[in-house]
Design a protein. Structure first.
Length: 124
């Protein structure tokens, strides 16, 4: 029984090292972020940026994901990114949002002025 427990601790330590190697910034739902994502097309590789509002963060450790929503024309586009993905080149937080919920799915139904998120004030 102790052997099984030590194996789980070993796995958690490995997960922690992999996540720390990504050195991604702290962000939460309501924040506006730019995700630079590596895309392979044939033998070429390019970086595509996806900018939008974080709707949720889900999971823990290596299985943690986050959902981003952006408006492309009049159509809402959502994309789910794994946090520990090797294809994520960088994440840049452009705006800190002030929301009360961890999952802001109500944001999908909003348009116009009601679709704005208050910016969290930081005093430096």
């Amino acid at each position: 029984m102790n052997k099984k427990l030590s194996d789980m601790d070993f796995i958690k330590e490995l997960e922690k090292e992999i996540i720390e190697a990504n050195n991604l910034p702290d962000f939460k739902s309501g924040d506006t972020v730019i995700v630079s994502y590596k895309i392979k097309e044939g033998n070429k590789e390019r970086i595509q940026q996806f900018q939008g509002v974080v709707l949720q963060r889900k999971g823990t450790g290596l299985t943690e994901t986050f959902t981003i929503r952006k408006m492309s024309g009049n159509v809402g586009v959502e994309r789910i990114f794994p946090l520990a993905s090797p294809f994520i080149d960088a994440i840049k937080v452009t705006k800190r949002g002030d929301v009360r919920r961890a999952r802001i799915f109500y944001f999908r139904d909003r348009t116009g002025k009601s679709a704005r998120i208050k910016e969290k004030r930081t005093f430096a």
